[in-house]
Design a protein around this ligand. Sequence first.
Ligand SMILES: Cc1cc2nc3c(=O)[nH]c(=O)nc-3n(C[C@H](O)[C@H](O)[C@H](O)COP(=O)(O)OP(=O)(O)OC[C@H]3O[C@@H](n4cnc5c(N)ncnc54)[C@H](O)[C@@H]3O)c2cc1C
Ligand SMILES: NC(=O)c1ccc[n+]([C@@H]2O[C@H](COP(=O)([O-])OP(=O)(O)OC[C@H]3O[C@@H](n4cnc5c(N)ncnc54)[C@H](O)[C@@H]3O)[C@@H](O)[C@H]2O)c1
Length: 468
Amino acid sequence: MTRIVIIGGGPAGYEAALVAAQHGANVSLIDSDGIGGACVLFDCVPSKTFIASTGIRTDMRRATDLGISVDPSSATISLPKINSRVKNLAQVQSSDIRARLQSVGVQLLSGRAELIDPQIGMAAHLVRASLTTGEEKTLEADVVLIATGGSPRVLPGAVPDGERILTWQHLYDLEELPTHLVVVGSGVTGAEFVSAYTEMGVKVTLVSSRDRVMPHEDADAALVLEDVLAERGVTLVKHARADKVERTEDGGVVVKLSDGRTVHGSHALMAVGSTPNTSGLGLEKVGIELDGRGYLRVDRVSRTSVSGVYAAGDCTGLLPLASVAAMQGRIAMYHALGEGVSPIKLKTVASAVFTRPEIANVGVSQAAIDNGEVAARTVMLPLNTNPRAKMSGLRRGFVKIFCRPATGVVIGGVVVAATASELILPIAIAVQNNLTVGDLAQTFSVYPSLSGSITEASRQLMRHDDLG
Ligand SMILES: Cc1cc2nc3c(=O)[nH]c(=O)nc-3n(C[C@H](O)[C@H](O)[C@H](O)COP(=O)(O)OP(=O)(O)OC[C@H]3O[C@@H](n4cnc5c(N)ncnc54)[C@H](O)[C@@H]3O)c2cc1C
Ligand SMILES: NC(=O)c1ccc[n+]([C@@H]2O[C@H](COP(=O)([O-])OP(=O)(O)OC[C@H]3O[C@@H](n4cnc5c(N)ncnc54)[C@H](O)[C@@H]3O)[C@@H](O)[C@H]2O)c1
């Protein structure tokens, strides 16, 4: 029986453990923070739960347009109740995963793990688990999976104190909403929290090192979001690199920018990226070197350079998404256990930014098409032409679809809509399965529905030769 030791219990680790145990391996999983990892306990799941509460306020604000008057400012927000809901849901999710792992026979250990091979090049590896009980346990493994995730990046001049200078992991401990939140960093994390706190009625300033929000996302989508945020009163400070964040005498914070400007607020949320959890793992004991940014290098089946040692998830820096982490973990186990496995394909990964409106995408990007990397036919259909959007009072958003010029095969798309994270699926299915715009166009969509814009956009993209 193959002995597998997994270090880290986030999506990469727990999905790998489930697959490996179901394929008959003897699996031990060691995690220092709790089953579900940072994803379930501190990052993805809590943020989306919090955003679900803020969405109620968005709907209240928009209700007036539909003829129902509710005053969002008179609605009482109980932050302690929202926070305890966030934390309870995370714990429940963690317990559910724990129960599933136990039901398939995975041995769960709570503590920190490191490799302790006595010499490089051993056929089997040794892992020492320093358990939270104070005991130490040494496990022998034919296969080790490192799935240790990442942690919020800390700027030397802006060390979070958990009270006023915060990482996203501190937000659910606040007893009151900030009066003026300064969000430093305009990546996906920053954008999601700017949107969420703005919808809660909090004054928000966004400090962006670039000239726009979410520089890595679709530029048209980012523009829609910038418009919405400006309309909601968000101040965007562009080309602004934060050097320091300090507490002020009045109890607030000041963000000091590298060009001498300052931004004052009641709280600062540092959303300046993450760093991989790859120190203290004993990697030198097996002969693994990290890349220049501290990530573990892996190939498309999650192998490191050392036989029997795999890595998956945010510690590899491949694409920091829960879905990708889980897939990397599963692929590692299929490969290690000799099952047939296809290398991971990032071109088919669908992802979403949970702002209001949401932004979702899959496949090749508009930027890759515009700069000539990929040849494609493209269409962008504004949502305000969609009957269902009009009925629901949705003014903003669009559907973009990209297809191969000759064959009409769908290679990517972007959706900006309140429910873009759901609407992206038909395009993702098309990309994954090499379907054509003809296939999408000939599919019945419900009338009236937002997904009707996907079939309509596909029709607009069809040429006579797509008709088959
Ligand atoms: C604010 C935020 C929101 C996000 N929202 C989304 C989203 O909506 N959708 C999405 O797909 N992705 C989202 N992500 C990204 C997603 O959370 C990560 O991609 C995902 O958590 C990666 O999973 P992982 O298994 O690699 O690591 P993690 O979830 O970080 O888990 C790693 C675990 O390993 C443990 N560990 C570390 N070192 C050791 C050690 N030496 N011994 C034992 N255990 C150890 C850690 O304590 C942790 O529990 C979000 C990220 C952030 C920051
Ligand atoms: N909904 C989701 O799926 C979701 C949500 C959050 C995060 N994520 C994942 O996590 C990844 C990382 O996102 P992120 O936003 O946490 O990190 P990021 O690294 O993408 O963005 C951090 C931003 O902070 C800026 N920055 C860095 N130092 C700065 C400084 N001193 N002053 C001002 N700005 C500074 C950077 O230029 C960058 O734009 C995403 O690409 C995504 O894969 C996913």
